[in-house]
Design a protein around this ligand. Structure first.
Ligand code: C6P
Length: 411
């Protein structure tokens, strides 16, 4: 069990009022708040160690380099990768997925090959593949979903053919809260000689991730969704594949020798990291991971499931509320995406904000999924380990209040 009331004290931003009400932050799928422990590490880095990495021989440069590379080792351990050569720092999930599609994708995908996605992918795991398909003449195919938004594994198996080259799928959906059967899907694409690319943006912050056990070829996530800074993310790739993959960006840092007409690259992982990297971001990410590990990823996952299990039956009692995704709470992360009949999601989000509660409304960068759900947009409350049961109850009460306001015209 996790003591969320105590944990909440670590997050200074949560102790403020919004529209004269205590802030309840339920937009954690968009980005998470940062604990004091991370803020202090960032402050300490800039106050005492700030220097460029892999360049200087002076003391500060050596300290910054040591801390930056220690962050890589922390990420390696966190996602259970075999080697730090397999851990590339990027700007975030979007950059990581673009790198794979741009470089690896262009190397292995040919005209007529098939690239599989699911309708629940975030645009960051759709558009780079659309562009790759256009460049190469490959065919994009969407694996079918069940009515509750989970992947229809049997039909996926039928659909994945000998032409399959890439299967790109989210580990957890940013809308439905479903967790996909990554290992099973990985076996399917490997069986036809293809590669598995996983968007881990919404799983890595909420559950134990083991890229080695999952046997995925590439895995992407963002630091800001797990209490780390913005502008830092990770691309994991199997060493043999990264060795074969060409860099996407070129310039300082990533070269070995630069001749007049051509150049050679450093070894992994540095051949991919052109220019001055986000040093503070990596160091902040390390602090965030250590913070999460101290709480325990299993405890975080349990807490979010307990919150959702507490809320879902209450939502079912409210007339006109539709919750999307599986009804089985054990199959969900801490995301609750919903609509209220007759009320636009943006009105709902504004109503919640009037009550100090931050939720998100819109298409959540998942327009193919909106078409599957046959809606133009939805509201979404996304919980994290620092959200309390009291906040969960307040969320439900506020939903009733906001609904009555828009239906009856007073609050
Ligand atoms: N989803 C949300 O509110 P970046 O922006 O690169 O850190 O992450 C992109 C991304 C990729 N995949 C998934 C599953 C995601 O949820 C996100 C970010 C946010 O749902 C912002 S749109």
């Amino acid at each position: 069990m996790l003591d969320e009331e105590r944990i909440k004290q670590d997050f200074p931003i949560l102790f403020q009022t919004v529209n004269d009400e205590p802030l309840i932050y339920l937009d954690n799928a968009a980005t998470t708040q940062k604990p004091k422990q991370v803020l202090e590490v960032l402050r300490h880095y800039y106050e005492t160690d700030n220097a460029n990495v892999h360049r200087g021989v002076h003391t500060l440069a050596e300290r910054a380099t040591k801390d930056y590379e220690a962050a890589r080792e922390t990420v390696r351990r966190f996602i259970r990768a075999g080697s730090t050569k397999e851990v590339l720092f990027t700007r975030g999930t979007t950059t990581s997925l673009n790198w794979v599609a741009l470089s690896f994708g262009s190397q292995v995908v040919e005209a007529g090959d098939e690239i599989y996605l699911t309708p629940m992918e975030h645009h960051s795991n759709v558009v780079p593949w659309q562009q790759l398909a256009k460049r190469t003449g490959a065919v994009l195919k969407y694996l079918p979903l069940e009515a509750d938004g989970t992947v229809n594994v049997a039909r996926a198996q039928e659909m994945i053919s000998e032409k399959g080259k890439i299967l790109a799928v989210c580990h957890a959906s940013n809308v439905l809260g479903t967790v996909n059967p990554i290992h099973e899907l990985t076996e399917m694409i490997h069986a036809v000689g293809g590669y598995m690319v996983v968007d881990g943006a919404q799983s890595t912050p909420h559950q134990v991730v083991d890229v080695t056990a999952l046997d995925v070829d590439f895995f992407a996530f963002s630091g800001h969704k797990l209490c780390g800074p913005t502008g830092i993310g990770v691309l994991y790739g199997k060493e043999a594949l990264l060795n074969q993959m060409e860099p996407v960006e070129f310039g300082g840092e990533m070269i070995d020798f630069v001749y007049d007409e051509d150049s050679t690259w450093k070894e992994l992982p540095w051949k991919f990291e052109a220019g001055t990297p986000n040093i503070a971001g990596a160091i902040g990410l390390k602090a965030a991971i250590e913070y999460l590990e101290a709480i325990g990823l299993e405890a975080i996952e349990q807490h979010e499931k307990a919150l959702v299990a507490h809320i879902m039956p209450q939502l079912e009692q409210i007339e006109g509320v539709t919750v999307y995704g599986p009804t089985d709470v054990t199959k969900r992360t801490g995301i609750i995406t919903f609509n209220v009949e007759g009320i636009h999601p943006h009105d709902l989000a504004t109503g919640f904000d009037m009550e100090g509660i931050a939720i998100r409304a819109g298409h959540h960068c998942a327009q193919p999924l909106m078409r599957f759900l046959d809606v133009s947009s939805t509201a979404r409350a996304s919980f994290y380990f620092y959200n309390t049961f009291e906040e969960a109850d307040h969320f439900v009460k506020t939903l009733v209040k906001v609904k009555e306001f828009f239906q009856d015209g007073f609050i």
